[in-house]
Design a protein around this ligand. Sequence first.
Ligand code: DC
Length: 226
Amino acid sequence: MSHASNVPVLAIDGPSGSGKGTISALVAERLGWRLLDSGALYRAVGYAAGMAGLDLSDMDAMARCAQTTKIQFRAAADGGPTRVIVNGHDATDELRTETAGAAASAIASMPPVREALVALQLGFRKMPGLVADGRDMGTVIFPDAPYKVFLTASAAERAKRRYKQLKEKGLNVTLGGLQREIEARDSRDASRAVAPLKPAADAVQVDTTGMSIDDVVAKVLAVVQP
Ligand code: DC
């Protein structure tokens, strides 16, 4: 068996709504590599804590919750998005909500919560390669990744994308409200003491504002296959 450090990793970091999730999934498919959606882990812990009626500001309780929550990714039978199973319950839809995102962002600022999820994330590094989607993939979890991309887009553009996604799901949201939530989450993720959202020094930065998905995929693939 090969040592994990020989397994290539493409770290794709960036703020919410930068297109990371979509781009990471498409690039992983094109490369035939595995995919780690690290945001889903924080969302799953926040969700499990909510289901258990725990206080999201209680760091000890959140650390225990991160250590004990069972999170599984399962390919969808219909070829749709990967299902996320939290403590045996398919929570895929609940995890995509803004409430789950805000809970994830809050608990993600707690060092013991982040620590509890490290081993799980490292375990995804398997041949033939891994596309790792998150905030700290290139800086903290896989600092030795040979390929690093930092995706950005203006807050207005990110709010527009999210608005479209949520409206398609029939959810009642406003564009202004979403933009304010996105800006608040960005500043919390960027200003926290541990693993703040910031590009790795050796990351290729791509501003996706106004770019099509195909163009972004091509640009990211070119980092791995110049
Ligand atoms: O990528 P996402 O929107 O699913 O992430 C949800 C929250 O989880 C985000 O606000 C910050 C946190 N997160 C993190 O701190 N580190 C990661 N690697 C991924 C997500």
